[in-house]
Design a protein around this ligand. Sequence first.
Ligand SMILES: Nc1ncnc2c1ncn2[C@@H]1O[C@H](COP(=O)(O)OP(=O)(O)OP(=O)(O)O)[C@@H](O)[C@H]1O
Length: 880
Amino acid sequence: MSEKRKQPSKSPDALLKQHHYPDTPLIVNRWLVCSIEPANSHTELHCLKIETGTALASEETVFELHGPWRTMNVATGDVVTVHPPPTSSHAVISPTSGAIAVSFPDLLLSPTTLAQSIDCVRRGVLSQYDSPPGGPSDAMTVGVSVHEAIQSVLMEANDPATPPRDVSDLRRRMEELCEGPALDQIKGDGHLLNAALWIDRVLRQGYRVKGVEYTIVSPVLGLRGKIDIVLGGPGRKTMLVEVKTGKLPYAMTSSSTRAQAALYHAAWTIHEGETPDVVVLGTRGRGDEGVVSVEPEPAEIATLLAHRSSLAARVWRLRRGEYSSIDIERLPPRCDWCPHIDMCNLLGSTLDMIHPGPDPNPRAAKAALDVIAEVDREFNEHDTPEWVTPTLRTVSMLAILTPTLVSATVSGPLPSVGQRVVLGTQSMVEGQVVDRDTEASVVTIATPYGQARNADRLDLMPAHDTTKTLRHGPLLGLEGPLGRLLLMNRLPTAVAPLGDQEVAIVAAACAEAALSNAQTTAARHAFTHLISVVEGLPGAGKSHTIGAIVAAAARLGKTVLICTPTRLACGQIVSDVKRAYPDVSDLISDDISTIDLTGSTPPKVNVVAITTHRALWSFHALETFVQAKGLRQFDILLVDEAAQVQTPTLLPPTALAARLCLIGDVHQLGPVVKRAAGLRHTVMDKLLEFESPCITSLSAQYRMNDVICRLSSQLVYDGRLKPANETVASYRLNRFEDFVPSTDLDRSLSRPVSVFDLSGKSPAEVVPDIVSGIKRQYDIPPMQISVVAAYRADVSAIRAALPSIEVDTVDSFQGQTREAVVFVCTSPEGSAATLLGSVRRINVAVTRPRGLLVVVADRSRLGEQEEVRKLVEMAEDAVL
Ligand SMILES: Nc1ncnc2c1ncn2[C@@H]1O[C@H](COP(=O)(O)OP(=O)(O)OP(=O)(O)O)[C@@H](O)[C@H]1O
C-alpha cells in the first residue's frame, strides 16, 4: 500500500490566483494528516479512517504534518504513506506550513446542498439525510427520467455506431428511454422537445460528452458532488451542465442555482486548471427559457467562499444572515415537503432548550439534551471520523444556534483575552476570547463577532466534553441586569436619580416634542432605570418618545446605542431626530462603519443606530467606538420594536450598555420564529409579566380617528387604546367640496371604516376601483394611500394592477402612518391562512391609517379565518 507521490505541479492557491480567484487564501476545509512512518512499516495507518490523502517527499523540503492530536516532522527521504491510497484531488498541501491536508469526504457537502443552504439555514447541517420519506414524488420521477434520457442520448452521440440524429430523432429516442408511467406527463410538459432542441444545438456546435455524473471533490471549497454532464467542445472549451429537468423556469435563476453554478465554476477552475462555461439546463420552460448560461459574478464567488469552510461554519454564517434576510414564516410551503423536516424539528427542540420559554424546567432541558444526543447519533452513523467527536458536533451546533458564548478546552498555549480566534480545527466558530482559565486550559469565546479574518486557530481537545463548560459558562450579556432577569427571574429596581441640570435638559427635550405626561415619564426612566420598558400601543408615540430621549442624551453628552430589528426603522429614527432636533444632527449616525475610530480625538458622534443583527456583526466596532469615547459601555441601549427581538439577539448589545430601555408593543409583529417556541417568548414579554414602576404604558394614541382606533382597541387591547385628544378622535379625511356620492362604493368610502367583499373576484380586480374611489372623493396625495396585503402573491398582483400606489406586506408597514389604507385580508386560493391567523399582523395593518381604513375580505372563506372573521364583524359594527 505504500506509495510515493510527487507534488502536484501547482499548489492549489497558485491555481486559484491564476484563475481569477486571486484573493482566495487557501483554507483547507476539514483536514487531518495521516501518519508517517519509515518505508517498511505502515501499520498505524490502518486504524485511521482516512479515505484520501496525498503524500509528499520532496527532496529538499521538510514537511510538518499536523492534526488535532499530533505534530510530526517529516524529514527528507521519509516516505509518507496513506491508506487507502489517496487520490490527488482529495488532498491539499498547505502552502504556509507545508502540511498535508487530507479531506474527509463525509464532511464535504454536495454542491446542491451547499447551494440550497443559502436559502435554507438549516439544510447545511442536514444535508446528509437527504432522502425523501415515502419515495420520490411525481415531479422527481419525471425529472429523473428526463435527466437520464438527456445523458443517455448525449453519450450515444459519442458512439460512432450511432447514426446522426435530428431533433425529431433525438426526441423519439428520449421517449423510448423515458418509457414508463411518467411518459404522458413528460410528453405533455414538452420536456423532450426542449431537451432535443438543446442537445441538437450543442452537438452541432461540436460539443461531445466527456463525462456524466462526473465526480468532483474540492477540499478547498468544501464540497464533493457529481456534475451532471461535462461537455468538451471546439477550442478545448468545457461546458459544465447542471440539469434541472423537474424544475420550473424560475428555478433556473434562483440564488441557489446560481450558487451551484458558481461552485462548479470555482471547483473546476481550481482543480482542473481551466475556466469552464456553466449551463443550467431546464426543460419545462418554453424553448430557450429553460437554458441558462451562468457566468458567476465575483460577489457570488465571494459568498460561496465565505460559506465554504466547514459544515457548521456554513450554517452558522447563514444563520447570522437570517435575522435580516430569511423570513422563516415565508418558507412553510417549502418545509412541508422538505425531507429534512424531522431533523429540523430536532434542531427546533434544541433551540427551545437553549432559549427556554417562560418556565425553563429540568424536564425540558433533559428532553433537549436527549435531542442533542440523538443528533449526535445521527451524525455518527454516517462514518464520522473518530476525532470529530460528538462533542465537537454538538458544540458547533450550539454555536450555530446561540449567538452567545462557548467555552472550550484547548490544547497548546492559551490565547490572551481579546484575541480573535477560530475555535476548532477549521473555521467552525469564530470569536473573541473573553475569558481564560490557565489551570483548566479553558477559554471562553464570544461568538458571533465575525471579522475573524486574522484569527488564530485553536484546536479543541478531542475527548473533552466541551458542552459542559458551554452550558455552565457565563453568557455574554447575562452578567448584567438582563442576566438577573432571565436567569433569576428578578427585575432590578435600583434607580440612579438625575442631577438638576440633567433633569432640566431631559424635560426641555420632552417639552419641545410636546410629550404627554406618560411619554415624559417613559423618557425619564430611560436615564434613571437599569432596565425600563415602554409598552406603547399603536400610534401612542413610541418613536416620538425615542426622539426626545435621543436628543436629551446627545445634549447631555451621553452615549446611546439604538437597536432596531429593521433597517427601515433604524433610518427613520435617525432622520426624525435630525429633523426635529437639528442641534444634535451631527451627533447621531446610523452607520458605524463611517465613524472614524482611528483618530487621536474621540468621535464626535454620541448616538449610534444599528439593526439588531448588524449589532452582532459589528460588535467589535461598537466596542471600539465606546472605547474611543473613553468609556466602558454606552450609557443607554434603546431597543425599538423590542417585541420583535429574540432574546439571544439582545444579549450581545446588552453587554455593551449600562442601561437598557425596551420600547415596543407585544400586540404588534413578533419575532419570526418557526418552531422554537422558546425564542418566541422575548425579553419584552418577560418584562411585562412583572408589575414594576419601570414599565410605562402609553395607551393614548395620536394617529387614528375614533372609529379606526375603536376597531383595534376592541380587537386587541380590551378597550385600552384611546385617542389622545379630541382633534385626533374627530379627524376625517378632507373631502373635495364638489364631491357628491353617486355609487354604493362612494357611500361606503365616505365612512372612516368600510368593508368590501371580493365577491368571487381577485384582490387585484377589486382594489384598483376602491383606490380610484378614494382618490375621487378625498383630497389627499396618492403617496398617502397605501394598500397593505398579508401575502406576497397578492402584493405582486395588486402592484401590477396599480403601479402608482404603494402596495406592500403588513410587515413592511410596521411603524408607518398613512392617511388611507386598504387592507387586503385575504389569502390566495390554496394557501393556508397562517399569516392572517395572527391577530398581531392584523392589528399592525388596521392601525396604520389616520383617517380611512378599507378592509377587503372574502366572505365565502371567513369560516376558515377566525381572526379575519372577527375583524370583519367588528369593522361592520364600527361602521354602524
Ligand atoms: N405627544 C404627542 N403630541 C403630538 N403628536 C404626537 C405625540 N406623540 C406622538 N405623536 C404623533 O403621533 C403619531 C404616531 O406616533 P409614533 O409614530 O411615534 O407612534 P408609535 O407608537 O411609534 O406607532 P407604531 O406603534 O405604529 O409604531 C406621529 O405622527 C407622532 O408625531
